[in-house]
Design a protein around this ligand. Structure first.
Ligand SMILES: [Zn+2]
Ligand SMILES: [Zn+2]
Length: 263
């Protein structure tokens, strides 16, 4: 399985993982108390790197890994042997390291871990990141009362993920929506979300014929893009993770046209 290719199979796997993450969030919510005080936080940098203690207890993270592993094993039986070998050998020290390196999205660390343990290159980081998401969701919940007062340039004000998804609601109100932690916040000005350029003529839009609900917003100045979804045409409320997945064709279009980070 290659997670870079979006097949029906991959979509189903992701949906099953998203459901499991919802369950885990609810389960962990009962035992995890993230008390955040806005006054102790700097409103110009994301919340996550400012926290003094880890928002992810080791024991709960291990439980999360086990649960995500069981979804993966069920959906992709060919991964069973590799997964059980991976999780059976995870020491408490590894768990703490995984939390730290998944919080900072350290791809290189997980790549080395995969090589050392003769695992598929993508598997450890995929598992680590998916197991982390319920904790990111809980952090986002704790930040919700004050997150709109934050002004962080270029990334999610809660978890620090670079922007890639926005939504336009009724009356044309534009929100940014983070697929990693599910934080939703209002964009204050019409400007590029990546570089802050507010000269309107430098932003342009790419629409796709067969798709009326989503488009690309591209910035001429920094060459980066944002996917914009019109949610008034969608009846159900979808999570950012799901919208991100359903609009992955727009990422391919953007990359083909040479837009995006590092392009
Ligand atoms: Zn986020
Ligand atoms: Zn820009």
């Amino acid at each position: 399985m290659n997670p870079n290719v979006v097949s029906e199979e991959y979509l189903n796997l992701q949906k099953a993982i998203i459901n499991k993450q919802d369950d885990l969030r609810e389960r962990f919510q009962a035992v995890l108390n993230l008390n955040l005080s806005k006054n102790e936080l700097n409103g110009e940098i994301p919340v996550l790197p400012q926290l003094k203690g880890s928002p992810v207890p080791g024991e709960l993270y291990r439980e999360s890994i086990k649960e995500i592993e069981s979804v993966l094993s069920e959906q992709q039986p060919e991964l069973r042997e590799e997964l059980s070998r991976l999780t059976a050998n995870l020491t408490d020290e590894d768990i703490l390291k995984w939390i730290k390196e998944s919080v900072t999205y350290n791809t290189a660390y997980f790549q080395t871990f995969a090589d050392k343990n003769e695992l598929s290159a993508w598997l450890p980081h995929f598992l680590a990141e998916q197991a982390l998401r319920p904790f990111m969701h809980l952090l986002a919940q704790a930040c919700r009362p004050f997150i709109n007062e934050f002004e962080v340039m270029g990334t999610c004000p809660c978890c620090g993920e670079p922007h890639r998804l926005g939504k336009i609601e009724n009356k044309g109100r534009k929100f940014l929506y983070c697929p990693r932690c599910e934080t939703e916040w209002k964009q204050r000005r019409l400007q590029c979300v990546h570089c802050g350029d507010d000269r309107h003529e430098h932003l342009f839009y790419i629409t796709i014929k067969e798709d009326e609900t989503a488009k690309l917003e591209v910035c001429e100045t920094c060459n980066n893009y944002l996917k914009l979804v019109e949610t008034k045409k969608l009846l159900e409320k979808k999570t950012a993770a799901l919208l991100d997945l359903e609009t992955i064709h727009l990422d391919f279009v953007a990359q083909e046209e040479g837009y995006g980070e590092g392009q």
